[in-house]
Design a protein around this ligand. Sequence first.
Ligand code: ZN
Length: 221
Amino acid sequence: MTKDAALVVFSGGQDSTTCLFWAKREFRHVHALSFLYGQKHSKEVELAEAIARKAEVPFKVMDVSFIGSLGHNSLTDPSVPMDSEKPAGTYPNTFVPGRNLFFFFFSAIYARELGIHHLVTGVSQTDFSGYPDCRDAFIKSLNVTLNLAMDEQFAIHTPLMWIDKAETWALADELGVLDLVRHDTLTCYNGIPGDGCGHCPACILRREGLEKYLASKAHLH
Ligand code: ZN
């Protein structure tokens, strides 16, 4: 069992890119795994690959696009307009049911093949959308399930679980990759890298976090 290696579930967005560099600090060997899940913006995977190359991390793409065809959501179905706000009592239609469950299941199998037992993900319970598969309880439960399913001792690491977007920017800065995360990642629901379209929920959340962080940093200096 290789204790010094980790596999990062990597989308090329702000959160998982920050996690990629966090993992590089915490582990001697880091691998990145991205998924094609039928997302409208498959450019996401090309950007992820470019970031992995800069980070000098081995990169793999797994095609699980069938999961996009199972449900009805605005990230994978071009005919579904995206919710601009969180609807009361339910999830925004950017929610892809079961996505993280699938991602972890395949990640764990792949990690096991590589002899890796540490999995890293950028999920956060403080995320405004409150997706159920980003919550700590789900991740802990899944960790137990994966261990039982494969008779292994996986450890899922969630460095962003309890921090907000401003603190995620602070972590990127601490890791020396604030500019890379700002310019090379894709978080925007409209598929525009860097600062994005500026008006979708992901761009607003990201920008507000950055402004909050930069303001607190300016205040300190
Ligand atoms: Zn946007």
